[in-house]
Every structure is written in structure tokens, then in C-alpha cells.
Design a protein around this ligand. Structure first.
Ligand SMILES: NC(=O)C1=CN([C@@H]2O[C@H](COP(=O)(O)OP(=O)(O)OC[C@H]3O[C@@H](n4cnc5c(N)ncnc54)[C@H](OP(=O)(O)O)[C@@H]3O)[C@@H](O)[C@H]2O)C=CC1
Ligand SMILES: O=C(O)C1=N[C@H](C(=O)O)C[C@H](O)C1
Length: 231
């Protein structure tokens, strides 16, 4: 039995994780002192949650997105002392999609423009989504470029023509969409579209529980959802 201390338990993802955990007899959610810590909360709370995991010497899964550079640095520092998985998306589908995107970007020349479109529910507070950025990084890695140097976020007004080699992001918000992502490779006369639609948060919750169970007892360092899912 793996016990999980869950930060953000009352939130949308926290409740979905609670639902999945209740269906399994090998994991339980506890209020403190778990074997593994799991964080689906807000960036401003993350540093305190990392401190708690480091003090307890327990691994942590971080699902929270929209981190500022200082919060990201705190994650990097924690990974030197405990086992960490930082995953903007814990679904099997998106983690496979990121491999496909990297592969497509590796094979397609720079004449193929890359654009990433995401849509989420009206309550989401960060944009572009962590997953869109994850997919952008996969595409940039495939191309052998640094995402920060080539990303176009939030075009508006007289933007001029598209900059060759850039990766564009567009974020839509509305309704109850759990999470849709589409990566478009556009060339003269043809397009390739690779995408994923989460129909509910249960797919994220299943991956989060799998990651937490996998992390229990792991030594300090960085691990990925690809390690958990065997991708
Ligand atoms: N990695 C993945 O696969 C996924 C990641 N996410 C990410 O997870 C995060 C949470 O999303 P979601 O569940 O929809 O958000 P919610 O707003 O529904 O939940 C946020 C949770 O954080 C808690 N919280 C808010 N402020 C604080 C604080 N200062 N200290 C401690 N806890 C706090 C809230 O508690 P209270 O209600 O008491 O205020 C609530 O439990 C987001 O960053 C989102 O992008 C979401 C889905 C999948
Ligand atoms: O806030 C959400 O809801 C989601 N957040 C993650 C993200 O920012 O990519 C994952 C998922 O798409 C849902």
C-alpha cells in the first residue's frame, strides 16, 4: 500500500485523484506523513509543499503548471535532495503525443511551420497551458532549437508576417473543456495535425496515481512520465 499526501485535495484535480484512489486498493490518500507527496495546487503554494517533501525525505509529483522562474528553480533544487516528477500532463495520451511531435519535428524541415492550439475550461488561470509548452519543447527539441528563442505567444494587431522557424501558441478558454491540445505542422499545400482531447480529468488522475505509486522509495533525482508509463 502506497500512501499519498495530496496538496490541492479539494480542487478539481485533487477530487479526481481522490476518486481514482478510492477505486484502488493499493493506494490511499492521507492527511500527512505519506510515502509520496503529490501537488496539484497553485504556483505560489508550491515552495512550501516542496519544503515539506524535502523535510520528510519523500518523493514528490508536481502537476501544478504556470510556475515563475523562481518557483521552477525551487523544483530544480528539490530534485537534488528527493525524487521528483514534474509533469504538466500526467495522461498517457499526451505523453505519447509528445514523442510523436518530437519525431515529426525531427523529420520535417524548417519550411513546416509549427503552431500549437489549446483549449481549456473557463476557470483555468495560466496560459499557454503547461501541456502546450511541453509539446512546444518537444517540437523545439526535435528541431534542435531552444523554445524560448523561437516561441510566439499571443499575437495581436499588426504582427507582420510569421517569423520562419518560430513555434506559435494560441490559448482558448471556455466552458468545461478538460484539456484539448493540437500541434499543427503547416507547409505549402498540406498540413499535419497531431492532437489529444482529454474527455475528463480522470485520465490525468490515473496517470498521477500511477506516477505516485512508481515514485515511492525512489532515490533523489529527476524522473519523467515516460519512465512511469514505459514510453
Ligand atoms: N499535470 C496535469 O496532468 C494536470 C495539471 N493541472 C494543474 O493542476 C493545478 C490545479 O488545477 P485544478 O485542480 O484545476 O485547480 P483548482 O483551482 O480546482 O484547485 C487548486 C487547489 O489548490 C488549493 N490552493 C489554492 N491556493 C492555495 C494556497 N495558497 N496554498 C495551498 N493550497 C492552495 C485549492 O484549495 P482551496 O480550494 O481550499 O482554495 C485547491 O485545492 C493547475 O496548475 C493546473 O494547470 C490540472 C490538470 C491536469
Ligand atoms: O488546468 C487544467 O485544467 C489543466 N492543466 C494542465 C496544463 O496546463 O497543461 C493539464 C491539462 O491540460 C489540464
Amino acid at each position: 500500500m502506497v500512501s499519498i499526501t495530496l496538496f490541492g485535495a479539494s480542487g478539481r484535480m485533487g477530487r479526481a485523484i481522490g476518486e481514482v484512489a478510492a477505486q484502488r486498493d493499493d493506494v490511499s490518500i492521507v492527511t500527512d506523513g505519506g510515502d509520496v507527496f503529490v501537488d496539484f495546487s497553485v504556483p505560489s503554494a508550491l515552495e512550501a509543499h516542496l519544503d515539506a517533501a524535502v523535510s520528510a525525505g519523500k518523493p514528490i509529483l508536481i502537476g501544478t503548471t504556470g510556475l515563475a522562474p523562481a518557483q521552477q528553480a525551487a523544483v530544480d533544487a528539490a530534485a537534488e535532495r528527493i525524487a521528483v516528477i514534474q509533469a504538466a500532463n500526467t495522461s498517457l495520451g499526451v505523453n505519447l503525443l509528445s514523442h510523436l511531435v518530437r519525431e515529426a519535428a525531427t523529420r520535417l524541415g524548417a519550411e513546416w511551420d509549427i503552431e500549437i492550439v489549446e483549449m481549456h475550461h473557463r476557470m483555468k488561470v495560466d496560459a499557454p497551458s503547461g501541456t502546450a509548452l511541453l509539446l512546444g519543447r518537444a517540437a523545439a527539441e526535435g528541431r534542435g532549437v531552444d523554445l524560448d528563442a523561437v516561441s510566439d505567444r499571443g499575437r495581436d494587431g499588426i504582427t507582420g508576417a510569421r517569423t520562419a522557424g518560430h513555434i506559435g501558441f494560441a490559448a482558448l478558454r471556455g466552458g468545461s473543456v478538460a484539456g484539448d491540445h493540437q500541434v499543427i505542422f503547416a507547409a505549402d499545400g498540406e498540413r499535419i495535425e497531431l492532437g489529444h482531447r482529454a474527455e475528463s480529468r480522470i485520465v490525468f488522475a490515473r496517470g498521477a496515481i500511477a506516477a505516485a505509486a512508481w515514485l515511492a522509495g525512489k532515490p533523489a533525482g529527476r524522473y519523467t512520465m515516460a519512465d512511469v508509463l514505459g514510453l
